[in-house]
Design a protein around this ligand. Structure first.
Ligand SMILES: NC(=O)c1ccc[n+]([C@@H]2O[C@H](COP(=O)([O-])OP(=O)(O)OC[C@H]3O[C@@H](n4cnc5c(N)ncnc54)[C@H](O)[C@@H]3O)[C@@H](O)[C@H]2O)c1
Length: 437
């Protein structure tokens, strides 16, 4: 049985390399630095390492002062030189784990990082993987490349562990230090070493029996979200057909003090985790002759949501005597989630794609994403700019992300229909032609 550990163990780990300085790696680096460790951030992206060394930030919800403070204290530096991994007591990997074009796990970032680090591993070092992945990655593929490239043996010459990240971007109450952290080791000694590392920076640790149990824990958490979001998305359609408002029902249901937690419908899944991680398990399960029916059904329902939004948009325009073809459509929100600048897997991209395929002229507005960055999946949109103001001269507005700025915006005098996919606009600020999708 896992137990919560709240007492930091012996502070033996003083220097840590964190590889992959993105949404997970940067806040983690700052937390270890704040806890008094010397942190070396490693990344292949020189723009990120330069920014850190100059005391700047490149993630909107992380303050430049937080980076500068640790820089000035001499506890944080960044580099693209992986040979420097030989200087530290522990190495934590926070690199991407996307799906490939066939929606299969793409472990290339993890394994390339493993290969780059392996020649520099020294005896006694601890290596921890934090990237979300299927059970068996840490003690299987990653261990193999580390051992092959270093000539060292995991559990004998170096320590190996998995500890999933539980970052909640955009949530001001989500602090790396106070979110309990699950840790699994390749051997009992690996686990102890990993607990000693995280005990320096994190208040509550949850040891589990193996790397695989820790990997499976993270997947359970994300699959739980995906399935429950699919459930409310389906109920939105069912209750909608009955004339019942799903949002009202959720508000009422969440007053139950036990056995229920609210999930909310939307225009489709977004972000690096929920649309992707469950399929890591689907792929791995096949090797064991197992099917992940819940995951696939949830994926089917959630990926159909942008089509539902387009259908409601058709109805809204139709009621206004207009067609989608040649309509000027403004989409509010490009980020996948309220009040963050992360556009990865955002359902807004699907909406732009679908509206444009139907001949609409689409623009977007997002204070958090002023320019669409270059991404592998949506390269064709790179460089497009958010409009500056939410003007009133469109044929249709579709609210895709529930940014606070939209909740407080007064649409009441706007003449065009507004399709709200997030129940974001309060009744007093809604235009006359208000639709929910
Ligand atoms: N973002 C979240 O909220 C979140 C939450 C929990 C878990 N995760 C998981 O954490 C992992 C990282 O996610 P993220 O959101 O921080 O990704 P990210 O894309 O923001 O950051 C990844 C970083 O890794 C760097 N990188 C890529 N290849 C590299 C290599 N070979 N060597 C060194 N650096 C390399 C990139 O330049 C980038 O800075 C993923 O597995 C993700 O599923 C993310």
């Amino acid at each position: 049985m896992p137990s919560l550990r709240s007492v930091p163990l012996t502070p033996s780990m003083n220097s840590i390399a964190i590889v992959g300085l993105g949404y997970v790696g940067l806040p983690l680096s700052l937390q270890f630095a704040r806890s008094g460790c010397r942190v070396l951030g490693l990344d292949i992206d020189v723009k990120k390492t330069d920014a850190i060394n100059a005391g700047r930030t490149y993630i909107k919800h992380i303050a430049a002062e937080a980076v500068a403070e640790q820089r000035n204290a001499g506890r944080l530096e960044a580099s693209t030189d992986f040979a420097r991994a030989g200087e530290v007591d522990a190495i934590i990997l926070c690199v991407p784990t996307p799906l490939n074009a066939f929606r299969e796990p793409d472990l290339s970032y993890v394994l390339d990082t493993g290969r780059a680090l392996a020649p520099h591993l020294r005896k006694g070092v601890l290596v921890v993987l934090e990237s979300t992945t299927y059970p068996g990655t840490t003690d299987g593929e990653l261990r193999t490349v580390l051992e092959a490239g270093s000539g060292l043996k995991a559990g004998v010459d170096f320590y190996l562990a998995f500890s999933p990240e539980r970052e909640d971007p955009g949530n001001p109450d989500s602090k790396v230090a106070t979110i309990p952290k699950v840790v699994g080791g390749y051997t009992p000694a690996c686990l102890e070493k990993a607990l000693a590392l995280y005990g320096r920076a994190i208040q509550k640790l949850v040891p589990v029996s193996s790397c695989r149990a820790a990997e499976a824990t993270k997947l359970l958490e994300n699959i739980f979200r995906s399935v429950n979001i699919a459930l409310v998305n389906e109920l939105k359609l069912v209750y909608g057909a009955m004339g019942i408002d799903i949002w009202e029902v959720i508000e009422a249901a969440k007053t139950k003090p036990f056995g229920y937690m609210p999930f909310y419908p939307g225009p489709g899944l977004g972000g690096h985790c929920i649309p992707i991680d469950p399929f890591y398990l689907t792929w791995k399960a096949r090797e064991f002759g197992q099917h992940t029916r819940f995951i696939e059904l949830a994926g089917e329902i959630n990926t159909a949501m942008p089509d539902h939004v387009v259908k409601v948009a058709f109805e809204a325009l139709n009621a206004d005597g207009k067609a989608v073809k040649n309509a000027r459509v403004l989409i509010l929100g490009l980020a996948y989630k309220a009040n963050v600048d992360d556009d990865r897997e955002s359902p807004t991209y699907k909406l732009i794609e679908k509206f444009e395929a139907l001949g609409a002229k689409v623009e977007y507005h997002d204070p958090f994403v002023p320019v669409i960055p270059m991404t592998r999946e949506h390269a064709v949109y790179a460089g497009r700019k958010s409009i500056a103001e939410i003007a009133a001269d469109y044929d249709l507005i579709v609210l895709s992300t529930g940014h606070d700025a939209y909740k407080s915006f007064d649409f009441s005098s706007y003449p065009m229909p507004l399709v709200d996919t997030r129940n974001a606009v309060p009744p007093v600020r809604r235009p006359q032609k208000y639709f929910r999708a």
